[in-house]
Write a protein of this length. Sequence first.
Length: 513
Amino acid sequence: MRHRALVLSCSALLAGCTVGPDYEQPDLLLPDAWQEVAAADVVGEAPPLATWWEAFNDPLLTSLIQRSAQESRNVVLAAARVEEARAIRGVAKAPLFPDLILSGTYTRTRPSENSAQGQIIEAIGGEPGEVSENFQAGFDSFWEIDLWGRIRRQVESADASLQASVEDYRDVLVTLFAEVAAAYVDVRTAQERIRFARENVELQTESVQLTRDRFNAGLTSALDVAQAESNLANSSAQIPTLEFELEQAKNRLSVLVGVNPGTLEDALAEPTGIPTPDPTVAEVLPAELLRRRPDIRGAERRLASQTALIGARKAELYPAFSLAGVLELVSGSSSDFFTGESTQWTLVPGVRWNLFSGGRIRNQIRVEEARTAQALAGYEQSVLLALEEAENSLVGLQRSQVRSERLTVAVDATQRAVELVRTQYLSGLTNFQNVLDSQRSLFDQQDQLAVTEGNSVLALIALNKAMGGGWDVDAVEAMAASATQQADSVRAGSDLPTPGQSGFNLQDGGATR
């Protein structure tokens, strides 16, 4: 029993204690519901947020998002940062274990016969100039006993930093998928605006011919012809600008997907209209954003990482204990190299205590505390910005829907007005100015309708992004909860279930909070 108690006492001493504050996730006061009452009209049954783009029922968009998850340079960059953070965690964890260095030398020496060494050898009856050999091999070991938890706090900080880098990776995916969808909608919107422009050019071309025929018949003046030609030229001048916007949107989409501009030209050549998904998203309450949005999760993990560094600095106020040792085999002959007589060893217990440093350590503690306060403020700010983005997206979607509905009514009415005023003009019941006004109004309203329909879809995309859509938080946390506790007390994460992996896994990276 005495020996057992001694072993337990030594184990407790080696385990030591951990100084500094233990991290606790801050409690934030969040609203129970969204401020915008009209948000109830756009929140309801919808495809899972993890794959919100499926509501578009557009295979090309789905394939582009899947391709971007594999080939986007932003994803590759974020993946490399996760690997960097994982390696940094390994570096931080290494001092928990002893350093063990194996070394060995073989020396063959012939002293000069005229040297002092040679003369001494001759004086004692030896053979000056005789070749001597020396064999030496051994282990050098050093271990800092983490009595106050300095190394453990650094590992804790590195763990949280790794988890933050994984959340940053997920945030890149959330942003990337939204940007790909937005660029795709921009392409379809530009194509729709070009279609309306060309239809109006055809209509106005007929009006030019109509005024010329009536002028040749002496039924109208040259003024009508000039006005019709001016209106046609002005409408035709809009098309090159719209074509330029279309090419910009295509190039932007190509870069987001990770291919050279122009690569998607054939795939996007056929106009398919602006996608019109059901404008609903899965219900996400304000407090749920803390769990859903990777940017908030990443900010919280950075706060945890920074908090752990306070303890690492505070541990420097206490003495540091270490064990160093050397075990060697040294012999002048290979035949007896492995005998007990060739063994030599050294054991060096050590202690180091910085009794005076001019306030350096305490000021470093204050630095880490101030940085922790900054990280807390950054976390709280990220939550506020997330709430702002979600509220704005909800309002933007609802308002754009209303505007789109009213413009649709306006376009229908203006199309009827164009037909009526043209009939009246042919009957001589109105002048050509009314024809011009109605055609200009139709072109303008159709263009506004295309832009508004595109903006309505963009608002839906922005809302899905604001809600943290693009990855399956429930699947990740379920995997993390069921993972076994690792020896170093770091919970296992999981691979990110996205459409198309990026060539690495996120093991050890997913925090469950």
